[in-house]
Write a protein that binds this ligand. Structure first.
Ligand SMILES: C[C@@](CO)(OP(=O)(O)O)[C@H](O)COP(=O)(O)OP(=O)(O)OC[C@H]1O[C@@H](n2ccc(N)nc2=O)[C@H](O)[C@@H]1O
Ligand SMILES: Nc1ncnc2c1ncn2[C@@H]1O[C@H](COP(=O)(O)OP(=O)(O)O)[C@@H](O)[C@H]1O
Length: 301
């Protein structure tokens, strides 16, 4: 269903699901400064959306709660469009002018990969809109060139990400009821990595067997970026405490923060918790949603 926020005649809408790092280990650092990760990742039904329509010349428009926090220039959606168009031109494929509309529902610099999700959705959506195709290796190179989180967002389904984010192993995980909570204070990803004292931590201990009790497993894991992010952003403690007090079975920070997620026993409990939190903290971003399973992920990569 197209939202009224999209331009009339919008030919195609691509979801850009929010990312959750259910757990994240920083296991090393490359010579260029980028950190090596081992991260258990999933995506949510809630996210941004991108619409694509035919146009006489390229256009980019924004709507949604967080549209005002982004400038038009330098948007990752435009970088994705430009780089994809160049890659298609190199293979003789047409990439005519397009009106791209971004519905920005996710807070910016929040650790839930909004910009990366948008870049990945732009790649997926434009390939479909232009009825074009690229070898998987070319698409993978385009994705990692746009940002470390873009390959995982291209898949948009439960997975483990390693390397700096370019090594993706898909896995089966059930839908989990979650609440995302963010104090609407942006946290700089480079600053959090810089503030991390120990760069060589043990990898996550992820079992290979079937029949995993996911909430119990996730509870045993950790996010190595949470302690440095808490030092840089005092609001994370309040967000985390409020989620815990709302009945979450587990609370943890996603990515480099400041968004924290709570896991709940049922979607009803997650919704009730989110309603209570939103009443008490009208200045926070609070959303109850469900994580995507392997089959309802949006990734085609
Ligand atoms: C921490 C994570 C975990 O999923 O998520 P977010 O908190 O950003 O959502 C990611 O690794 C973020 O990925 P992304 O936000 O795409 O990173 P990029 O734009 O490529 O890099 C931004 C900056 O973060 C640092 N960076 C990023 C990824 C990585 N593996 N090591 C790093 O050190 C570098 O300082 C880099 O200059
Ligand atoms: N479409 C976009 N959505 C969000 N941020 C964007 C976008 N395009 C560029 N950016 C820039 O990317 C940076 C990281 O934003 P985001 O991806 O939301 O955070 P995070 O990496 O913490 O998940 C921001 O500083 C923002 O200016």
């Amino acid at each position: 269903m197209l939202s009224h926020a999209f331009p009339p005649g919008c030919a195609l809408v691509e979801p850009a699901p929010a990312k959750i790092n259910l757990a994240l280990a920083v296991v090393g650092q490359r010579a260029d400064g980028y950190h090596l990760l081992d991260s258990l990742v999933t995506f949510t039904a809630f996210g941004d959306r991108i619409g694509f329509s035919p146009a006489a010349e390229d256009r980019f428009t924004l709507s949604g709660r967080f549209a005002g926090t982004l400038g038009g220039d330098g948007n990752l959606v435009l970088s994705a469009r430009n780089r994809l168009r160049a890659a298609l031109a190199a293979t003789g494929q047409a990439a005519p002018p397009v009106h791209i509309h971004l519905e920005k529902n996710l807070p910016v610099a929040a650790g839930i990969g909004g910009g990366s999700a948008d870049a990945a959705a732009a790649l997926r959506g434009l390939l479909a809109f232009w009825r074009a195709g690229l070898p998987q290796a070319t698409l993978d190179a385009l994705a990692i060139g746009l940002g470390a989180d873009v390959p995982m967002c291209l898949a948009s389904r439960p997975l483990v990400a390693r390397g700096v984010g370019e090594e993706i192993v898909r896995l089966a995980m059930p839908a989990l009821p979650v609440v995302l909570a963010n104090p609407l204070v942006g946290v700089s990803t480079p600053a959090v990595f810089q503030a991390l004292a120990e760069k060589r931590n043990p990898p996550l201990d992820l079992p290979r067997a079937a029949g995993i009790d996911w909430p119990a497993l996730i509870a045993r894991l950790r996010n190595d970026l949470e302690p440095p992010a808490r030092r840089l952003c005092g609001e994370i403690a309040a967000i985390s405490d409020s989620l815990a007090a709302s009945g979450a079975g587990l609370v943890r920070m996603s990515g480099s923060g400041a968004t924290c997620f709570g896991l709940y026993a049922s979607p009803g409990e997650a919704r009730a918790a989110a309603d209570g939190l939103a009443r008490r903290h009208p200045d926070w971003f609070i959303v109850a949603t469900t994580t995507l399973c392997e089959d309802d992920g949006h990734g085609r990569a």
